[in-house]
Design a protein. Structure first.
Length: 152
């Protein structure tokens, strides 16, 4: 009888261990599946045809997705304070040719990173804050992607 009691005891004591091992294996599979998922999608694009934009980059996942997509678009805009803190809700006007041309595109940057698709050419970008501070840069789009960094 002692032998049967030992077997029953070993089965009972091994059962919680088996459950714990099974739970660990399942959790490992779940974590691996989550790690393989691509970064979250970009916010919706605005504009029509070959002139369009998307702004975002708020939150770690969206920031990672926006920065990863920068190399696939002709122009990227980055907005930050002088101390490096990101900025959003800035007014952006992109003009073709010289500073007196009509705006090719005007929008409010709802995040610190904007990806811009527009035809090759030379553009003047004016960015202003809610306090009226304005910065301008001229960029030539075509060939390798360009990044314009605006610090306020």
């Amino acid at each position: 009888m002692k032998l049967q009691g030992v077997r029953a005891m070993s089965f009972v004591s091994a059962f919680p261990l088996r459950r714990a091992l099974l739970a660990a294996v399942c959790a490992t599979g779940t974590f691996a599946a989550q790690a393989q998922q691509p970064p979250s999608a970009l916010p919706p694009w605005q504009g029509i045809g070959n002139t369009r934009y998307v702004c975002g980059g708020i939150g770690a996942d969206e920031s990672t997705a926006m920065r990863a997509a920068m190399k696939s678009h002709p122009l990227a805009l980055l907005f930050a304070r002088a101390d490096g803190a990101y900025l959003a809700n800035l007014n952006v006007a992109i003009k073709g040719g010289d500073a007196h041309s009509a705006a090719a595109m005007a929008f409010t940057a709802t995040g610190p990173v904007c990806l811009i698709d527009l035809p090759a050419g030379r553009y003047v970008i004016d960015v202003s804050t809610s306090t009226g501070e304005t910065k301008s840069q001229t960029v030539t789009v075509g060939g390798a992607p360009k990044t314009a960094d605006f610090r306020f």
